[in-house]
Design a protein around this ligand. Structure first.
Ligand code: GTP
Ligand code: MG
Length: 214
Protein backbone atom coordinates (compact mmCIF):
# COMPACT_ATOMS: atom_id res chain seq x y z
CA UNK A 1 0.00 0.00 0.00
CA UNK A 2 1.34 3.46 -0.87
CA UNK A 3 1.84 6.31 1.52
CA UNK A 4 0.12 9.60 0.67
CA UNK A 5 2.31 11.66 -1.64
CA UNK A 6 4.35 8.60 -2.58
CA UNK A 7 6.02 8.94 -5.96
CA UNK A 8 6.65 6.33 -8.61
CA UNK A 9 3.42 4.55 -7.85
CA UNK A 10 2.38 3.16 -11.19
CA UNK A 11 -0.08 0.58 -9.94
CA UNK A 12 -2.37 2.60 -7.71
CA UNK A 13 -6.01 1.64 -8.23
CA UNK A 14 -8.81 4.19 -8.32
CA UNK A 15 -8.80 7.48 -10.11
CA UNK A 16 -5.94 8.79 -12.18
CA UNK A 17 -5.90 12.48 -13.04
CA UNK A 18 -3.58 14.07 -15.52
CA UNK A 19 -2.48 17.71 -15.43
CA UNK A 20 -0.23 19.93 -17.47
CA UNK A 21 2.22 21.85 -15.28
CA UNK A 22 4.59 24.60 -16.42
CA UNK A 23 7.69 25.94 -14.64
CA UNK A 24 8.60 29.59 -15.16
CA UNK A 25 11.27 31.87 -13.72
CA UNK A 26 14.52 33.65 -14.35
CA UNK A 27 17.46 31.68 -15.72
CA UNK A 28 19.52 29.77 -13.13
CA UNK A 29 16.93 29.90 -10.31
CA UNK A 30 16.78 26.09 -10.37
CA UNK A 31 13.68 25.15 -12.39
CA UNK A 32 15.32 22.17 -14.10
CA UNK A 33 16.95 21.16 -10.82
CA UNK A 34 13.58 21.08 -9.05
CA UNK A 35 12.15 18.92 -11.83
CA UNK A 36 15.17 16.61 -11.79
CA UNK A 37 14.81 16.20 -8.03
CA UNK A 38 11.07 15.55 -8.29
CA UNK A 39 11.22 13.15 -11.23
CA UNK A 40 14.52 11.33 -10.71
CA UNK A 41 15.54 12.27 -7.17
CA UNK A 42 18.87 13.56 -8.50
CA UNK A 43 20.81 16.82 -8.38
CA UNK A 44 23.66 18.20 -10.55
CA UNK A 45 25.95 20.94 -9.28
CA UNK A 46 26.67 21.92 -12.87
CA UNK A 47 23.53 21.93 -14.95
CA UNK A 48 23.36 23.32 -18.45
CA UNK A 49 20.88 26.07 -19.05
CA UNK A 50 17.71 24.79 -20.72
CA UNK A 51 17.29 25.40 -24.43
CA UNK A 52 13.67 26.01 -25.46
CA UNK A 53 11.92 23.73 -22.98
CA UNK A 54 12.12 20.20 -21.60
CA UNK A 55 9.25 17.77 -21.09
CA UNK A 56 9.05 15.21 -18.28
CA UNK A 57 6.31 13.37 -16.46
CA UNK A 58 5.89 12.23 -12.90
CA UNK A 59 3.07 10.44 -11.12
CA UNK A 60 2.23 10.75 -7.44
CA UNK A 61 -0.24 8.85 -5.29
CA UNK A 62 -2.24 11.23 -3.12
CA UNK A 63 -3.97 8.37 -1.34
CA UNK A 64 -4.96 4.78 -2.02
CA UNK A 65 -7.58 5.85 -4.56
CA UNK A 66 -6.18 8.96 -6.16
CA UNK A 67 -3.18 9.25 -8.43
CA UNK A 68 -2.07 12.41 -10.19
CA UNK A 69 0.14 12.44 -13.25
CA UNK A 70 1.94 15.69 -14.03
CA UNK A 71 3.01 16.45 -17.58
CA UNK A 72 5.76 18.93 -16.85
CA UNK A 73 7.03 21.64 -19.19
CA UNK A 74 10.30 23.01 -17.85
CA UNK A 75 10.78 26.27 -19.74
CA UNK A 76 14.06 28.07 -20.47
CA UNK A 77 14.55 31.19 -18.34
CA UNK A 78 16.93 32.99 -20.66
CA UNK A 79 15.40 36.18 -22.04
CA UNK A 80 15.80 35.06 -25.66
CA UNK A 81 13.28 32.25 -25.06
CA UNK A 82 10.65 34.45 -23.40
CA UNK A 83 8.39 34.57 -26.45
CA UNK A 84 8.00 30.76 -26.32
CA UNK A 85 6.51 30.75 -22.85
CA UNK A 86 2.84 31.33 -23.81
CA UNK A 87 2.95 28.11 -25.82
CA UNK A 88 3.70 26.21 -22.62
CA UNK A 89 1.46 28.01 -20.14
CA UNK A 90 -1.55 28.50 -22.43
CA UNK A 91 -3.24 25.20 -21.59
CA UNK A 92 -1.50 24.61 -18.29
CA UNK A 93 -3.59 23.51 -15.32
CA UNK A 94 -0.90 24.51 -12.86
CA UNK A 95 2.31 26.52 -12.72
CA UNK A 96 5.37 26.68 -10.50
CA UNK A 97 6.98 30.11 -10.61
CA UNK A 98 10.49 29.89 -9.22
CA UNK A 99 12.86 32.50 -7.77
CA UNK A 100 16.23 32.18 -6.05
CA UNK A 101 16.35 33.41 -2.44
CA UNK A 102 19.86 34.80 -3.11
CA UNK A 103 18.84 36.91 -6.14
CA UNK A 104 16.46 39.86 -5.58
CA UNK A 105 15.89 40.34 -9.32
CA UNK A 106 14.53 36.81 -9.53
CA UNK A 107 11.60 37.61 -7.22
CA UNK A 108 10.71 40.62 -9.36
CA UNK A 109 10.84 38.37 -12.42
CA UNK A 110 8.66 35.80 -10.65
CA UNK A 111 6.07 38.49 -9.89
CA UNK A 112 5.99 39.50 -13.53
CA UNK A 113 5.39 35.85 -14.53
CA UNK A 114 2.56 35.63 -12.02
CA UNK A 115 0.99 38.78 -13.49
CA UNK A 116 1.33 37.39 -16.99
CA UNK A 117 -0.26 34.08 -15.96
CA UNK A 118 -3.16 35.92 -14.33
CA UNK A 119 -3.71 37.96 -17.47
CA UNK A 120 -3.23 35.28 -20.09
CA UNK A 121 -3.37 31.74 -18.71
CA UNK A 122 -6.45 29.68 -17.80
CA UNK A 123 -8.34 31.69 -15.15
CA UNK A 124 -8.49 28.58 -12.95
CA UNK A 125 -4.77 27.86 -13.10
CA UNK A 126 -3.26 26.83 -9.75
CA UNK A 127 -0.02 28.76 -9.19
CA UNK A 128 2.72 27.99 -6.68
CA UNK A 129 5.63 30.28 -5.85
CA UNK A 130 8.88 28.49 -5.00
CA UNK A 131 11.82 30.28 -3.34
CA UNK A 132 14.60 27.89 -4.31
CA UNK A 133 18.18 27.40 -2.98
CA UNK A 134 17.05 27.54 0.64
CA UNK A 135 20.25 25.63 1.49
CA UNK A 136 22.22 28.84 0.75
CA UNK A 137 21.05 30.52 3.94
CA UNK A 138 24.25 32.56 4.38
CA UNK A 139 23.63 34.20 0.98
CA UNK A 140 19.91 34.80 1.50
CA UNK A 141 18.68 38.26 0.50
CA UNK A 142 14.92 37.63 0.19
CA UNK A 143 13.37 36.90 3.55
CA UNK A 144 10.69 34.29 3.88
CA UNK A 145 8.05 36.66 5.23
CA UNK A 146 8.31 39.12 2.32
CA UNK A 147 7.74 36.38 -0.24
CA UNK A 148 5.11 34.62 1.86
CA UNK A 149 3.09 37.83 2.26
CA UNK A 150 3.26 38.47 -1.46
CA UNK A 151 2.14 34.89 -2.19
CA UNK A 152 -0.77 35.17 0.26
CA UNK A 153 -1.91 38.47 -1.29
CA UNK A 154 -1.67 37.00 -4.79
CA UNK A 155 -3.44 33.74 -3.83
CA UNK A 156 -0.46 31.50 -4.52
CA UNK A 157 0.80 28.38 -2.80
CA UNK A 158 4.22 29.12 -1.32
CA UNK A 159 7.25 27.00 -0.47
CA UNK A 160 10.92 27.62 0.09
CA UNK A 161 12.71 24.72 -1.55
CA UNK A 162 16.14 23.28 -2.08
CA UNK A 163 16.58 21.07 -5.11
CA UNK A 164 20.08 20.39 -3.81
CA UNK A 165 19.02 19.16 -0.37
CA UNK A 166 15.65 17.87 -1.48
CA UNK A 167 13.80 20.21 0.87
CA UNK A 168 10.07 20.74 0.22
CA UNK A 169 10.27 19.51 -3.37
CA UNK A 170 7.77 16.67 -3.04
CA UNK A 171 5.69 18.85 -0.72
CA UNK A 172 5.50 21.54 -3.41
CA UNK A 173 4.17 19.20 -6.10
CA UNK A 174 1.91 17.29 -3.72
CA UNK A 175 0.31 20.53 -2.50
CA UNK A 176 -0.41 21.53 -6.07
CA UNK A 177 -2.03 18.15 -6.72
CA UNK A 178 -4.15 18.52 -3.60
CA UNK A 179 -5.29 21.99 -4.66
CA UNK A 180 -6.66 20.72 -7.97
CA UNK A 181 -10.47 20.29 -7.81
CA UNK A 182 -10.31 16.52 -8.16
CA UNK A 183 -13.82 15.69 -6.93
CA UNK A 184 -15.33 18.22 -9.28
CA UNK A 185 -13.26 16.93 -12.19
CA UNK A 186 -14.31 13.36 -11.59
CA UNK A 187 -17.97 14.41 -11.47
CA UNK A 188 -17.60 16.53 -14.62
CA UNK A 189 -15.89 13.70 -16.44
CA UNK A 190 -18.71 11.31 -15.65
CA UNK A 191 -21.39 13.88 -16.49
CA UNK A 192 -19.78 14.51 -19.87
CA UNK A 193 -19.95 10.88 -20.78
CA UNK A 194 -16.22 10.40 -20.35
CA UNK A 195 -15.21 13.30 -22.56
CA UNK A 196 -11.91 14.98 -21.96
CA UNK A 197 -12.17 17.40 -19.11
CA UNK A 198 -10.62 20.80 -19.75
CA UNK A 199 -8.59 20.76 -16.56
CA UNK A 200 -7.47 17.17 -16.46
CA UNK A 201 -8.94 13.82 -17.19
CA UNK A 202 -10.19 11.07 -14.97
CA UNK A 203 -8.62 8.02 -16.54
CA UNK A 204 -11.13 5.72 -14.91
CA UNK A 205 -13.36 7.08 -17.63
CA UNK A 206 -10.75 7.46 -20.33
CA UNK A 207 -10.92 9.05 -23.72
CA UNK A 208 -8.71 7.96 -26.54
CA UNK A 209 -6.84 11.23 -26.79
CA UNK A 210 -5.43 11.27 -23.32
CA UNK A 211 -5.77 7.73 -22.10
CA UNK A 212 -2.31 6.66 -21.12
CA UNK A 213 -0.67 3.47 -20.05
CA UNK A 214 0.86 5.06 -16.96
P1 GTP B 1 17.48 27.90 -17.07
O1 GTP B 1 17.35 26.56 -17.69
O2 GTP B 1 18.60 28.72 -17.67
O3 GTP B 1 16.20 28.69 -17.07
O4 GTP B 1 17.91 27.70 -15.51
P2 GTP B 1 17.14 26.83 -14.40
O5 GTP B 1 16.18 27.71 -13.67
O6 GTP B 1 16.62 25.59 -14.99
O7 GTP B 1 18.33 26.51 -13.38
P3 GTP B 1 19.10 25.12 -13.18
O8 GTP B 1 18.22 24.09 -12.62
O9 GTP B 1 19.82 24.82 -14.43
O10 GTP B 1 20.12 25.52 -12.01
C1 GTP B 1 21.07 26.59 -12.14
C2 GTP B 1 22.20 26.37 -11.16
O11 GTP B 1 21.73 26.46 -9.82
C3 GTP B 1 22.87 24.99 -11.32
O12 GTP B 1 24.25 25.14 -11.17
C4 GTP B 1 22.31 24.19 -10.15
O13 GTP B 1 23.21 23.22 -9.69
C5 GTP B 1 22.08 25.29 -9.09
N1 GTP B 1 20.96 24.96 -8.19
C6 GTP B 1 19.71 24.61 -8.54
N2 GTP B 1 18.96 24.38 -7.46
C7 GTP B 1 19.76 24.60 -6.39
C8 GTP B 1 19.55 24.53 -4.97
O14 GTP B 1 18.48 24.21 -4.46
N3 GTP B 1 20.63 24.87 -4.19
C9 GTP B 1 21.84 25.22 -4.70
N4 GTP B 1 22.82 25.51 -3.83
N5 GTP B 1 22.06 25.30 -6.02
C10 GTP B 1 21.04 24.99 -6.85
MG1 MG C 1 16.55 24.88 -16.91
Amino acid sequence: MSAPGNRHNSQAPGKLFQFKLVLLGESAVGKSSLVLRFVKDQFDDYRESTIGAAFLTQTIALDENTTVKFEIWDTAGQERYKSLAPMYYRNANCAVVVYDITQPSSLEKAKSWVNELKRQADPNIVIALAGNKSDLSERRVIDTETAQNYAADAGLLFFETSAKKSTNVNELFTSIARKMPLDQLAANSRARGNNLNQRGVDLNHPVAQNACSC
